[in-house]
Design a protein around this ligand. Sequence first.
Ligand code: PEP
Ligand code: MN
Length: 392
Amino acid sequence: MPKHRVISMDKDQSAKETHEAGADTGTAFSMFTHPEKTVPNIFRSKKPFLIAGPCSAESEEQVLETARALALIPGIIGMRAGCWKPRTRPNAFEGHGEKALGWLRMAAKETGLMVCTEVANAAHAEQALKAGIDMVWIGARSTVNPFSVQEISEALRGSSIPVMVKNPVNPDLSLWIGAVERLQNSGVSQIAAIHRGFSTYGKSQYRNAPEWAIPIEFRRQKPEIPLICDPSHIAGKRSLISHIAQKALDLDYAGLMIESHPEPDEALSDPRQQLKPEDLAILLKELHYSCSMDEKSGFREMLDLLRNKIDTLDRQLLETLAERMEVVSEIAAMKKQIGMSVLQMDRWSGIFETRTENGLQLGLSEDLIRRLIELVHLESIALQEKIIRGKS
Ligand code: PEP
Ligand code: MN
């Protein structure tokens, strides 16, 4: 009987099977069929949770050939392939739809990989459930639309299928969190978020700017949702993928989703960002995977000590800043009394020069000093204006 399997990666990156869950009953993993019980999040079942596969499912042969190659790569748990493709311009390849779901099932049955595809509306979600697809994701163009997310959430209500939510195309954290919450409200319990970068107008080295601060804030606000990085759609080109994947691992992401195609240059969508499975295997092998703190117990205490020091220093920084603002208030009161303007350009130029010099002597970067001083200065001008002119 075919089984879904989750492959674990040892520290030497060799694959071993650690978990077999459920018979070939489509979406019904035995461990996820009791929604009343709190079940561990499947996206944390192996770290990193690795998903790879072509941008689009192009033919039965392409799907099976890719699946066979990916199943041999240590650590890969899932295979992705788009069956419905959201294309920016019309007349581009838009996917094979329902027919392609069957190819994915065949791939899952033969290799044991968990297969996943994008769903953009309720009909897609229903067809994916019916076809026994193991996991689905909501694409960046759908996350921007609460109506689409809501209808997909309703369609998935009562199923136990794991769902990944890509960040919206625009850098809007609330929209991303909102999409996750719509799924949570529909009782979907196996949820992960995918960071695929944000659209910008004009030139950038990335196809979609990573804006790392947004996924970091996502994690702060939704710590229960594992975060997966999609370096392929951030990069837009092969050469940048490993650098982005490494950065995600360094930031302790739960997993990676990387596009892989047997003949990338011939791909019907996203040809420049897909890797041959053999190149993907090399990339994954060369990445540095951080170990968990439990494995390095000796370092735990040292780290705690240093973190305590940072906490104290940050406190001191804030106290100094508050003290500085009090002095600014006194100055403002004096300026008000004698009718002096808020800004004296020569004083500001002097501050900027001396602080830059002091900071450089202390080994700080010029960029940091300038940004910091500008920020503090702007705040002090605002406070003085408030005191002198009564502005808020
Ligand atoms: C994809 O994963 O192929 C895709 C279309 O991604 P995104 O929604 O991130 O653009
Ligand atoms: Mn793609």
